[in-house]
Structures are given as structure tokens and as C-alpha cells.
Ligand binder design. Structure first.
Ligand SMILES: Nc1ncnc2c1ncn2[C@@H]1O[C@H](COP(=O)(O)OP(=O)(O)OP(=O)(O)O)[C@@H](O)[C@H]1O
Ligand SMILES: [Mg+2]
Length: 314
């Protein structure tokens, strides 16, 4: 503000000097010599004023540019907020829907047990098992949502250290053999004889291997084969799951790693699908300096490949 007041002051002085020279020039009795002097004064002050005005215009242009940039930034932030708001609404809709179903199931079974006094023990146990399964699904969804949230806020704690990828992969394969057998599917497992050591967080590594194999079992039809392979390159270790499932179209592949991506392939044995698994896999893998890729064509099965930094220990 002080600078502006000073500038106004300069203007006022210049204009006053200009007026004085103009008045002097109006005096017809003024000798020619004096007239010339006044004229020179007049020109000098005009030039000074012109210089000031040019400076001010430049200053004004600068402010205008800055304001335009500020308006553009406000517009950008407005659309970012609108996109976040949409994502939040979509998120709430899906979560509410996915929690409502199992909650209805639990409520339904409890009501049946309460209403039928003479229900036999086996029937009651069957209903309770189904209610327990529905509550397990709700917990799993909430756990996944909390994971996504923690990753997005950068609050997921990692402890990257050398760990034997083949050891964890074979445990995950064993854990899925019963589910695969129930659908007449066979899981083939192959790993090199020497240790394949990744730099990663053990518990997260297991979760990632689990996610990819659960999808292969879930989306493949009965009787299909699934191959899980562990291998090593110079500075990376790889975990690959290949299946003979429905495959994934190019269009679906673009959405595959997004949140709530429930795509064309649907579970073949009544399994649950929230569309969060692969988005978690991608975020966690990248947070551990690894990568995840999908190679697939519709109708030709899918291959998912996880790649982690290889430890110097193996
Ligand atoms: N191996 C696969 N073959 C064919 N489609 C697949 C395969 N893996 C994933 N998909 C498709 O990608 C979608 C997203 O998979 P993602 O693992 O993220 O979620 P989900 O399996 O639906 O649920 P969850 O959160 O329980 O993992 C699936 O709904 C399915 O349509
Ligand atoms: Mg999944």
C-alpha cells in the first residue's frame, strides 16, 4: 500500500508541474526565451508521466497474468474435488451394498433360529455356520477397505527384508489346493531348486501371492488347470500365476487394477467378489519397489506376473 501511495504522490507532483508549465505558456506576454524554457519543462514532465504510465501498464499485465493462473488453479482444484466427491459417493454406495447383503443373511438365519423352537441341532449348526461365513465376508471387506485407506494415506507399515519367495508361494499353493479340488481344478507348482530370495515384507508377500491365486481359482471353470511358477532373473524374482479361465478383454484390462473393478468375468463357484484384490496388489507391490503385470486375451486364459527386487543373498 505504501508503494501505491508513493506512486500516486509522484503522479500528483508531475501533473502539478505540467499544469504550471501549461498556465505559463498561456501567458501571451511571456518572452520567447521563457516560452521555450516552459515548453521544455512541459515536454520533460509529459515524458516522465508517459514512462510512469508504461510501467504501470506492465505491472497491471503481470497482475492480470497472475490472476489468470490463480483462476486456472482454482478451476483445477474444483474439478479434482468434484472427482473425489464422485469417487467417495460411488465408494459409499458399493460398501453399503456389500455390507447390506451379508448383514441380511445373518439377520435372516438368526430370525429362523429364534422362531423355530424345535429346530434340530444339526440344522441350527448349519444356519450358524452360514451366518459365521457371512460375518467373515463382512470382516474381509472391511479389512480390505482399511488396507486401501492405509496405503493411500501412506500409513501402511512395511518391513522389506530378504525372504524366500518359493517358500511362501508353495505355502499359498497348499492353502488353495482344497478350494481348487472342490472345483476339480489342478494347481501345478514349479520353482527352481535353489533359493529365490526377494526383498519384500513377508506377510504382504503372502497376501499378494494369495490374491492372484485366489482369482485364478475363482474365475476358472471346473476342471481347469492352474500353473504357479517362481523364477529368478539377474536382479529380480518372479511369481507367476497362469490359468485357463475366461481371459480378460483389452477394455477390462484398463480397469483391472482400479478400485471396485468387478469386471466381465464372474466367480464360477459362488465365491465372493468385491473388486478390491488387484487394486491392493498393485499398490502394495509398487510400494515394495516391485511391479505387477497381466498378459491376457479374451477366451485364452490369463497370466499375472509379480516381480520383486532380488536380494543379494540368493
Ligand atoms: N484370473 C482372472 N481371470 C479372469 N478375470 C479376472 C481374473 N482375475 C481378476 N479378474 C477380473 O478382474 C476383476 C477384479 O479382480 P480383483 O481381484 O481386484 O477383485 P475380485 O476378485 O472381484 O474381489 P476381491 O476383492 O475379493 O479380490 C474381477 O472381478 C474379475 O472380473
Ligand atoms: Mg480377487
Amino acid at each position: 500500500m505504501e508503494a501505491v501511495a508513493e506512486r500516486d504522490d509522484v503522479f500528483e507532483k508531475e501533473v502539478a508541474a505540467l499544469e504550471r508549465a501549461k498556465t505559463a505558456l498561456r501567458n501571451e506576454d511571456l518572452p520567447a526565451e521563457e516560452r521555450l524554457k516552459e515548453f521544455a519543462t512541459l515536454t520533460r514532465h509529459y515524458e516522465k508521466l508517459l514512462r510512469q504510465a508504461t510501467k504501470l501498464t506492465r505491472l497491471g499485465d503481470g497482475y492480470q497474468r497472475k490472476m489468470l493462473l490463480a483462476f486456472e488453479e482454482i478451476d483445477r482444484q474444483k474439478s479434482e474435488l468434484a472427482a473425489l466427491d464422485n469417487e467417495k459417493n460411488e465408494f459409499l454406495g458399493i460398501v453399503a451394498h456389500d455390507l447390506k447383503n451379508p448383514l441380511n443373511i445373518i439377520g435372516g438365519y438368526i430370525a429362523m433360529i429364534l422362531e423355530e423352537d424345535d429346530m434340530d441341532a444339526a440344522e441350527r449348526a448349519g444356519y450358524l455356520r452360514k451366518a459365521a461365513e457371512a460375518s467373515r465376508r463382512m470382516l474381509e471387506l472391511i479389512r480390505n477397505l482399511l488396507d486401501v485407506n492405509a496405503i493411500e494415506r501412506g500409513q501402511m507399515a512395511f518391513q522389506a527384508e530378504p525372504c524366500d519367495l518359493a517358500g511362501f508361494a508353495s505355502q499359498v499353493v497348499d492353502a488353495y489346493r482344497p478350494a481348487a479340488a472342490a472345483k476339480d481344478q489342478t494347481i501345478h507348482y514349479a520353482a527352481p531348486p535353489q533359493r529365490v530370495v526377494a526383498v519384500a515384507d513377508e506377510s504382504i508377500l503372502t497376501q499378494l501371492c494369495d490374491n492372484l491365486l485366489s482369482n485364478a481359482v475363482k474365475y476358472s471353470a471346473r476342471g481347469k488347470d492352474i500353473w504357479v511358477t517362481v523364477s529368478a532373473e539377474d536382479d529380480a524374482v518372479l511369481y507367476e500365476v497362469r490359468d485357463e479361465g475366461p481371459g480378460i478383454s483389452e477394455d477390462d484390462q484398463k480397469k483391472l487394477f482400479g478400485k471396485f473393478a468387478r469386471l466381465s468375468a464372474r466367480p464360477t463357484g459362488g465365491e465372493h467378489s468385491t473388486g478390491l484384490g488387484l487394486s491392493i496388489v498393485k499398490r502394495l507391490t509398487e510400494a515394495m519397489n516391485g511391479s505387477v503385470a497381466c498378459v491376457s486375451r479374451l477366451g485364452e486364459g490369463s497370466r499375472f506376473i509379480l516381480r520383486f527386487p532380488r536380494s543379494a543373498q540368493g
